[in-house]
Design a protein around this ligand. Structure first.
Ligand code: BG6
Length: 494
């Protein structure tokens, strides 16, 4: 069990890859938010490390441009907080595979870390995955990752993609384990930090009414849909190597599936929660070739703008078969879910940005209101992850009037209307958990293995047979053959 960083101990946060997008746009603003909310210990410092030469001042200016005042009322007060926070930030440049450069970082750290208080060093590897191992090894060789019982602990944070398939993911896990133990390793899937996704366990297990219905007897099918109305934009080099299945489905969408299908854990102990998620993922049948449709967006006018097709994006080879869209049907082979189709779709260059989970219930058996003039709609529980976080339940209702007419209506919980105050960004929530040493929302090694086992065989089939993705217009709803796939399972995407 990892120890919480207490008020009296000191914390060094080392962001490796500190000049990159993720660090500047997400990690440092999240740390600033924790600072504003007084959730970091009094003695903390942040160290940026990257190849770009920069002074502390230049680094601070770079960070300043992305910090925001969500938790600090008033411009002048916010500025004071920013200045105060930035005084805790330092920078040194170096190569990711250089022991000597990391030794220089070690010297910098030692200059600031108090000698007489327990210390936690938190390394955030915000670098492309092919650099994880050289960077971890150099951290180790420079003595940065050394622990001293009761005096110094180390944690490492890494973020997907963890490999391209089960084999490469295992190799990465083994390599990283040479330097950091599994309890020290925090694998981020930032969707687990989103409020609505954190609420999934609460919805299911802190309410009486859902769990008795949460099974194959009452649920017809489940839909987990993710879409963006932007293309690969500026990240095409990365994206083309991975594609939408590895980028979004194997991680974010499978995590949602695990939270929807898992059994209730014994308690909230992180290992118990993760044990249940692993069990759920292991029950999923690996996706077969006939269970999936892949697509790729093509040029079109969308909202008055000419949008490039995927093959015209900079860095994408003209004959790329990388899918920007995928729709799949998954089956969970256990007593609770046997026979229930789980439809999953993810796509870029579609007609909206939206992430939702739909739990579609069965029709009421022997419904006395069903007749030639009335088709009762099945209940549908919708969990809206984004953009307008919320939960709604569609129910049949009598329309007020002198005749019995039924209409589908919606009970709607909107987070924006129901909860005052800021909704924390996913990275704020996750970084706070790393500081506290709470691993509930991080991916364990066996969880990662189980997730790769679901998609590795079909990825191999698609790539070895060079399956051409089906074209769809940018800004459309995706390839129509996805409808046929859903229809095979008596389901729809709408
Ligand atoms: C990332 C994917 O994990 O999630 C991106 O690599 C995607 O392709 C992003 O755009 C979406 O995150 P969010 O939080 O904006 O939904």
């Amino acid at each position: 069990m990892q120890q919480n960083v207490s008020e009296t101990s000191s914390l060094s946060i080392i962001v490796v890859g500190a000049s990159g997008d993720l660090a500047v746009k997400k990690i440092f603003p999240a740390l600033f938010a924790l600072f504003c909310r007084k959730l970091l210990p009094a003695s903390f410092s942040c160290y940026g490390y990257a190849r770009t030469p920069m002074t502390d001042e230049q680094f601070r200016e770079l960070l300043m441009s992305r910090l925001n005042c969500r938790y600090t009322p008033g411009e002048s007060e916010c500025r004071m907080y920013m200045e105060d926070f930035l005084k805790h930030c330092f920078y040194t440049s170096g190569h990711y595979d250089s022991k000597e450069d990391f030794e220089a970082l070690q010297t910098l750290l030692k200059r600031h870390e108090p000698a007489d208080t327990p210390l936690t060093r938190l390394f955030y590897l915000s670098i492309p995955p092919f650099l994880f191992l050289p960077a971890a090894q150099s951290l180790h060789d420079a003595g940065l990752a050394e622990e001293l019982p009761g005096r110094k602990t180390c944690r490492v944070v890494v973020e997907k993609p963890f490999g391209r398939d089960r084999e490469s993911s295992d190799a990465l896990t083994r390599g990283l384990a040479q330097v950091f133990t599994e309890p020290q390793t925090y694998r981020i899937d930032h969707y687990l930090g989103k409020e609505v996704i954190q609420n999934l366990m609460v919805l299911r297990f802190a309410n009486l009414i859902f769990e008795p219905l949460w099974n194959r007897n009452n649920i017809d099918y489940v839909r987990i849909c993710w879409s963006e109305d932007i293309g690969a934009e500026g990240r095409a080099g990365y994206f083309d190597h991975y594609g939408i299945i590895r980028d979004v489905m194997q991680n974010h969408l499978l995590q949602m599936l695990a939270l929807v299908t898992m059994e209730e854990p014994l308690n909230l102990d992180p290992e118990n929660v993760r044990n249940e998620k692993v069990k759920a993922l292991r029950a999923v049948r690996p996706v077969r070739y006939e269970d999936i449709v892949v697509g790729q967006y093509t040029a079109a006018d969308y909202e008055g703008q000419a949008q490039k097709g995927y093959l015209q994006e900079e860095g994408v080879p003209p004959d790329s078969i990388t899918p920007t869209y995928a729709a799949a049907v998954l089956k969970v082979r256990n007593r609770r879910w046997d026979g229930v189709p789980f439809l999953m779709s993810a796509g870029k260059g579609l007609n909206h940005r939206r992430t939702e989970i739909h739990i579609v219930f069965r029709q009421v058996p022997g419904n006395i209101f069903a007749g030639p003039s009335a088709t009762p709609h099945p209940n549908n529980l919708v969990i809206r992850v984004q953009p307008d976080a919320g939960i709604s339940l569609n129910i049949m209702t009598k329309v007020p009037g002198l005749r019995v007419t039924l209409q589908e209506t919606e009970l709607n919980l909107s987070y924006a209307a129901a909860f005052a105050g800021e909704i924390p960004d996913a990275y704020e929530s996750l970084l706070l958990d790393v500081v506290k040493g709470d691993k509930s929302l991080f991916i364990r090694a066996d969880e990662l293995e189980a997730a790769w086992d679901i998609f590795t065989p079909v990825l191999r089939d698609l790539e070895s047979c060079r399956v051409q993705p089906q074209p769809y217009l940018f800004g459309s709803g995706g390839p129509r053959s996805a409808d046929a796939l859903a229809a095979l399972h008596n389901a729809t995407w709408e």
